[in-house]
Design a protein around this ligand. Structure first.
Ligand code: H2B
Length: 129
């Protein structure tokens, strides 16, 4: 197991944050990530996602949307849930006022933002709604 973790850690350090992640990237197991992103890295990665805002403490990104009705929002949550389960990386999902949706992403294990959060944000962006 140690060998695989070392490989993952090595891969992480070699990956260039700004260019390599896309919506096709896969989330890494959180224990292989090591550390959270710096403010500058977050600012760089925010250019690659649509409509996401970073929290003042740099620990979370969020996106707000308004769906056409309640069941559209529920169906949208199910599609996000399918991706989150496949990636092993889960957003916080909020549904208020029957059709207003907020999606929060952070890496709970590290109490901050990692590339996994931006990979998930790109995948959620590509789902459409
Ligand atoms: C064991 C399981 O894979 C881990 O607890 C995963 C689950 N989903 C997760 N989702 C998020 N957002 N952060 C995590 O640290 C995380 N860890």
């Amino acid at each position: 197991m140690q060998g695989r973790l070392f490989q993952l850690a090595l891969f992480r350090t070699q990956r260039n944050f700004s260019t390599e992640i896309t919506s096709k990237s896969r989330c890494l197991p959180c224990e292989g990530i090591g550390k959270t992103l710096e403010k500058e890295q977050v600012q760089q990665l925010l250019h690659k996602v649509k409509g996401w805002k970073v929290s003042p403490d740099n620990k979370q990104i969020s996106k707000d949307l308004e769906l056409s009705d309640f069941m559209s929002a529920i169906r949208y949550f199910q599609r996000i849930a399918d991706v989150a389960e496949a990636e092993g990386h889960h957003p916080d999902l909020h549904l208020t006022g029957y059709n207003k949706v907020r999606i929060d992403l952070s890496t709970h294990a590290l109490k901050g933002l990692t590339e996994n959060d931006f990979i998930m944000a790109m995948k959620i962006d590509s789902l459409g709604h």
